[in-house]
Design a protein around this ligand. Structure first.
Ligand code: P61
Length: 476
């Protein structure tokens, strides 16, 4: 008996066993590798100061494990690379455009497609066409580029996400949901004619990759029909949203990701997309709508800013890679392992009581910098500090998602003070292994143990638009 106890304690366990479940594995194997390098701590200190403590200003070659973003950083499959060789680089009417159009129609279910060079190109076109100066754009939490394009078009973004989204510790399963009472109150106050559209994001990035339920989008559709208000979807990580519906919402456990995706989109009037995420490519985006009149306007505007309506700033080969990526992205085993890897890192960190947004979302772990550095006031940039410290400790790059990202209110010029002060460890798709996740978890734990000795930052250079990308900081 004693012997068995001893064995139990010291027999190595797989990670699945350690967390009381059977392990999962990625539904692919690796065909090509890219060497990583790690520079010394002294070198990291030097380049961090040169980068103004901003991880966006680091050179990629100075980074060991890059968790800045999951945007354009995924690994394409052998099929996608083969597709790249089938690029039809005709200026007009490329065959790859028609393949892309067919893939979006099949899997997302929209009728009319406009390709763009990436997500913000699509946001720009949509905002310019559907927002009239002075109108309001309610949405489930802001996203940086989305809100900026809405503002540049003369709109005012209004956050109508459920309150739970602003609480990193709330375990509500659909923290991306829209609060219909907030939406109704906005319409009562401002009038339905002053609402440009509802801006709905599938898995809300700034809230921690949190999903929207099918019940919520259905209710939103019914609500918006009463007023004739359109609903446009940010479909950037909508496949991941579909996974959470399958997992958590009654009646969807037996439906495939592809079926859930299509049903969800059917309650919206159109979508914009950064194909660099869910669609498994390094560059690209698209817009899709069901209204032929709106399509005509978008199709006309795309040639002004992006390129002809059958390439929108993309090479033919890029469109082919997106078309193939879409079909791969909705495979259930792909999504399960993608989110499984994020959760694996989350499980390790939670077991060590590292403060983070829970439940763990689809694309990243969001460390709660407010609780991590509870001695730092928000205007000393705790989330930026955390990203800088993590890089210094281990060469791991993460992203600030707090006060620096939130920017300033264009009317008052004051900082926005978001409730969420987060540092995002974003997992690229099909790129890193479980061992990399172990290294990351240990690095986070190491800086957590040093937290009380950590100083905050002050901003010493602030650009006008999307300041977090290029701002510079100094240590206090
Ligand atoms: C990211 F620091 N996301 O998460 P584009 N909608 C949504 C996105 O997540 C998104 C875009 C639209 C990025 C890249 C990025 O403040 C930042 O293809 C939900 O990047 O133009 C992009 O798509 C825009 C990082 C964007 C940022 C803005 O890492």
């Amino acid at each position: 008996m004693k012997g068995t106890q001893h064995m139990d304690q010291f027999t190595p366990k797989t990670m699945g066993q350690q967390f009381g479940r059977r392990s999962w594995a990625e539904p692919w194997k690796i065909k090509m590798v890219e060497p990583l390098r790690m520079i010394s701590r002294e070198q990291r200190q030097k380049v961090l100061v040169e980068a103004g403590y901003n991880t966006f200003l680091l050179k990629s070659e100075d980074v060991y494990i890059d968790l800045l973003t999951d945007s354009g950083t995924g690994a394409m499959s052998d099929r996608q690379w083969a597709g790249m060789m089938l690029g039809d680089e005709a200026y007009a009417g490329s065959r790859n455009f028609y393949n892309l159009e067919a893939a979006i129609q099949t899997y997302y279910g929209y009728k009319y497609i406009v390709p763009t060079h990436q997500g913000r190109g699509a946001e720009h076109l949509l905002s310019q066409v559907v927002i009239q100066r002075g109108q309001f754009v309610p949405g489930n939490m802001y996203f940086t580029t989305t809100r900026l394009h809405q503002e540049l078009a003369g709109g005012t973004f209004v956050d109508v996400i459920v309150d739970e989204a602003h609480d990193p510790q709330s375990l509500y399963p659909f923290k991306g949901n829209i609060d219909l009472d907030k939406l109704e109150a906005l319409v009562q106050r401002e009038g339905a004619q002053n609402i440009a559209y509802v801006s709905l994001a599938g898995t809300v990035n700034m809230a921690g990759g949190q999903p929207v339920s099918m019940a919520n989008v259905k209710a939103l559709r019914q609500w918006s029909n009463q007023y004739g208000i359109k609903v446009f979807l940010d479909a950037t990580r909508m496949v991941e949203n579909a996974f959470f519906i399958q997992e958590r919402e009654a009646g969807y456990a037996d439906k495939s990701i592809a079926e859930i995706l299509c049903e969800f989109c059917s309650y919206t009037d159109g979508a914009w997309m950064s194909a660099k995420k869910d669609n498994l490519v390094n560059i690209g985006g698209w817009l899709a709508v069901n209204d032929p009149v709106l399509f005509e306007e978008l199709r006309n505007l795309v040639i002004v800013f992006e390129g002809l309506h059958t390439y929108g700033g993309l090479a033919g080969r890029d469109m082919e890679a997106i078309a193939i990526g879409i079909a791969e992205s909705v495979q259930d085993d792909h999504v399960r392992s993608r989110i499984g890897q994020v959760r694996y890192l989350g499980d390790l960190l939670s077991a060590w009581d590292i403060p983070m947004v829970l439940p763990v979302g689809g694309h990243a772990i969001f460390l709660d910098a407010r609780r991590f550095y509870s001695h730092l006031p928000q205007d000393q940039f705790p989330a930026q500090t955390l990203a800088a410290e993590l890089y210094l400790d281990s060469g791991i790059r993460s992203m600030e998602r707090g006060i620096a990202s939130a920017g300033r209110d264009p009317k008052t010029g004051d900082h926005y003070y978001p409730k969420l002060e987060l540092t995002r460890l974003t997992i690229p798709r099909r790129v890193y292994t479980q061992a990399h996740m172990d290294v990351v978890a240990e690095a986070v734990r190491a800086i957590y143990e040093e937290r009380e000795r950590t100083h905050g930052l002050k901003m010493v250079y602030e650009p006008k638009y999307l300041r977090f990308f290029q701002a510079r900081f100094e240590q206090l």
